[in-house]
Design a binder for this molecule. Sequence first.
Ligand code: AMP
Ligand code: MG
Length: 505
Amino acid sequence: MSTTDSPAEQAAEPRFAFDNSYARALDGFYVPWQPRPAPAPRLLRLNRELADELGLDAEALAGPHGLAMLSGQRVPDGAEPLAQAYAGHQFGGYSPQLGDGRALLLGELIDRNGRRRDIAFKGSGRTPFSRGGDGKAVLGPVLREYLIGEAMQAFGIPTTRALAALATGETVMRDAPLPGALLVRVAASHLRVGTFQFVAAQRDPDAIRRLADYSINRHYPDLADADDRYLALLRAVSERQAALIAQWMGVGFIHGVMNTDNMTISGETIDYGPCAFLEAYDPQTVFSSIDAQGRYAFGNQPAIAQWNLARFAETLLALIDDSADRAVERASEVVNAFPAHYQQQALAVMRAKLGLDDGADAAADQSLAEDFLGLLQRRDVDFTLAFRRLGDAAAGNDAPLTALFPAADSAPADWLARWRQRSAAAGIDGDEQAAAMARVNPIYIPRNHLVEAALSAAVADDDLAPFERLLAVARRPFDERDADAAFAEPAAPEQTAGYRTFCGT
Ligand code: AMP
Ligand code: MG
């Protein structure tokens, strides 16, 4: 390299060790496609920690060659960009062809932990699946997906993550002109229930077998030699989904658009659209502007997960048994077992939140947990703060918890007495209990009003500082810091009452 090279020419080139199993194994389920180069890209945020986990050189990614690759201007060596086909039930109605209308899989690589990860674009232009859409994404939702994904990761909840957020340098027309953006997304895979629905609709048993075998090898390799491996796949997906939803419920997460194309086979949370977190506890809570019926309300999420699982089961019937009746019977058994699995996972989550061990009496612990939630619901108490302050009560200080209730209310004290009795009977030490609870009950969630404020500063004023600050807080949700006290405060009730989230990245 000569000394006259410009800084751009001297900069390191990112190298991706792509190994594209989807492109190799699933011919017919995608269209090879090129990203649209962003006209004037600007890197807004690079997830350096994730880059490192992926074995990528963060410095190189942040440099000019990295920018070209992250913005679709230059396809890195070894990438085989493609648009995946999928179908899906949206709000209960079936669409036979959805697919990557504004997204592309760039390629897959094996991360430092030996896990295969998809690197994908969202907002990379039109594809054969775009229907009427422009294939673009806008800044607010891209930053929301980045932020909420990192928060979920910090909670320990399986999730797709953002590797980078970029401004494309163009204006995109929505209800108003908005800054265009692009998200580089990392996922265990982008296999969805909707992928199976798309392939099953072709009524070609070899095709669905190919997809199922691919999914087993990629996400459930232990099942590869199982006798009944397709039934086992259904069971395994059911278990992962049950665990995932239980974890969502444990942090008050409302996905908002649990269509079958937004449910992964891996068990990761995907497609952060109109998602939001509960404040005052109420299972009926809905924030999404397009969910007028409350189909995807907070408390409906377990039932919807089961409904989606049934749609997944339908796609596997031909593989499960040669007899159609027998296949339905066997698949139904698994789908019908979902609520019990879910209950088990949800109880485990609630026991951890309440600082309890997995004692023998599940029913008693279940009602202890339900009664606590009932107290919160009756008094519109903030879900996140209540569990956090219950941790203070474990350490002997009831005041922060009771301060969340009206002064004359004796119900919290009665409940606390029951909870203490249960804890004491199990020989649980209060200080240890408090410490354990602080490891599972976040003090900071991305509160809706703060998310909105951060996104609007970015969109209206090109000011990313509030986003950066909120992201830093969200990435450390469990250790309470004086300087971040404002981030733990619920929104004013009137603000939450009027809060609406919107789809459309
Ligand atoms: P989502 O609501 O993000 O789950 O997307 C549902 C479907 O709509 C998927 O097939 C997307 O690819 C497609 N879609 C959403 N927005 C756009 C857009 N701006 N351009 C093209 N397709 C889109
Ligand atoms: Mg989607």
